[in-house]
Write a protein that binds this ligand. Structure first.
Ligand code: BES
Ligand code: MG
Ligand code: ZN
Length: 454
């Protein structure tokens, strides 16, 4: 009998049987968790700490992560989880930490470990449905974020959105380049000018018959499928990971999968403007003045501040729905990542405090935490242009806030901006978030939208 998780690592598994059971039959011991090896392939887990507080949930997910590490190291690819009250959270951590992006291995595919089967024992039907919704949704988001440009252009992203809508039961409308031109979405069109691939604008809708709200919640996601910076080209060290620049859009897609699978009674609309940002022959140049679909002219002084241009068109488009609240998610600024690293989302906006309280609660509960930044109007001064209504960059300071204030210009409704540049894509393993695309935002939005009352 061992009293810590090392026991699990030290005990040999019956690999042939490929089955590990975290059993609730273990004896109750002091402390919040103990592992007891009963047979070779049976492990006990007793949970002393309550799993209904955020700290407890996080600790249990970390336990799931430890199990994922163990299974990976020993190349076990099937597991059963039964941990009494802790099952939900341990399984969530196990799922998150065992995710791998294995799709693109060719000749070496056979050698790559993946956890193929997770059996969850003893969950209620309701919890099982919730867990499946989360896993499918987060995995889909992570696959999208991890997909390089060749496998995920704007058009491929939109087709996948359509496919997922048909599969899980949300409706989709895709605007092609011609339609985007008709709508005069000058932000999206100008970022797309240097590209050889057309832009798309995807609209997702989850409108259950029993919806609790009369006005929709709208999720807007940045869908830059690759960000080279355009003519304001990024140095290569900063460009390598920029396939992740549609992580906001991917989180919106994931949230819709979860809402539809779990039949959440909230009416939600999603808007995802998508293109790559490239320095092709026709690319806009620093100094160009473009016109957003609402008529605002913008002096583009840095073509690498492209996210705000495509989001401006989407935020303007959102007005026609008379939304209750609009939340956008975007890998928008390096300064957000610098300010906070992988540990949280940089959040700001003008929504009422009641909404912030609930969002922050959802963040703590899902451990996709938010830190609220100021949104004072003084920051608007930094966006004044001498030749147009706005310029697309502020000063050297508070870049994440001037970016948020730029976006706010295109809103006329309660608004929350989430800059996920820090946690969206990680170059090294970080807790149960793993490596590469993390799917940040999906569990947060799913929790928040599942708990709205009107
Ligand atoms: N996609 C980037 C932001 C980013 C940086 C995301 C790091 C993820 C990790 C965005 O389009 C960008 O390039 N922003 C510029 C804005 C600047 C030119 C005002 C930035 O933050 O450097
Ligand atoms: Mg950029
Ligand atoms: Zn970008």
């Amino acid at each position: 009998m061992r009293s810590n998780f090392e026991a699990l690592r030290e005990t040999e598994l019956d690999i042939d049987q490929c089955k590990t059971i975290i059993s609730r039959s273990a004896r109750k011991l002091k402390g919040w968790t103990h592992f007891v090896s009963e047979k070779n392939d049976v492990f006990g887990c007793v949970l002393g700490e309550k799993s209904d507080n955020n700290h407890g949930k996080h600790a249990l997910r970390n336990l799931g992560k430890d199990l994922a590490d163990y299974l990976g190291k020993n190349k076990v690819n099937s597991v059963s989880v039964d941990a009494g009250a802790g099952t939900f959270w341990i399984a969530e951590g196990l799922f998150l930490a065992s995710y791998r992006y294995n799709k693109l291995f060719g000749k070496t595919a056979e050698q790559v470990w993946s956890l193929k089967e997770i059996e969850i024992i003893g969950l209620s039907k309701r919890d099982f449905q919730k867990l499946s919704a989360i896993f499918l949704a987060v995995n889909e988001t992570r696959d999208l974020v991890n997909s390089p440009l060749l496998t995920l252009t704007a058009e491929i992203l939109s087709s996948r959105i359509e496919e997922l809508g048909n599969l899980h039961g949300f409706s989709t409308t895709i605007f092609n380049q011609a339609k985007i031109e008709t709508l005069k979405m000058g932000g999206l069109l100008s970022v797309n000018k240097g590209s050889i691939d057309p832009a798309t604008f995807s609209i997702l809708e989850h409108k259950p018959k029993n919806a609790v709200n009369k006005r929709p919640y709208i999720l807007v996601g940045k869908g830059v499928v690759y960000d080279t910076g355009g003519l304001s080209l990024k140095p290569s060290g900063f460009m390598d990971t920029m396939k992740c620049d549609m992580a906001g859009g991917a989180a919106v897609v994931g949230a819709f999968c979860a809402l539809a699978i779990d039949e959440v009674p909230t009416w939600v609309i999603g808007l995802i403007p998508a293109t790559d940002n490239r320095p092709g022959g026709n690319a806009i140049t620093p100094g160009d003045v473009i016109k957003i679909s609402d008529g605002t002219t913008v002096e583009v002084l840095n073509t690498d501040a492209e996210g705000r241009l495509i989001l401006a068109d989407a935020l303007h488009y959102a007005k026609k729905y008379d939304p209750k609240l609009v939340i956008d998610l975007a890998t928008l600024t390096g300064s957000a990542a610098k300010a906070i690293g992988p540990n949280a989302i940089v959040a700001m906006g003008n929504a009422e405090d009641k909404i912030w309280d609930r969002l922050i609660d959802s963040g703590e509960s899902s451990h996709e935490r938010l830190v609220r930044f100021p949104f004072w109007e003084e920051y608007n001064d930094l966006l004044k242009s001498e030749i147009a209504d706005l310029k697309n960059i502020g000063g050297a300071e508070a870049g994440m806030i001037t970016a948020g204030k730029f976006l706010e210009h295109f809103t006329d409704y309660p608004y929350v901006h989430l800059d996920i540049a820090g946690p969206a894509f990680l170059e090294k393993n970080h807790g149960y978030y793993g490596k590469g695309g993390t799917g940040i935002g999906v569990r947060l939005l799913y929790d928040f939208l599942s708990n709205v009352k009107s």
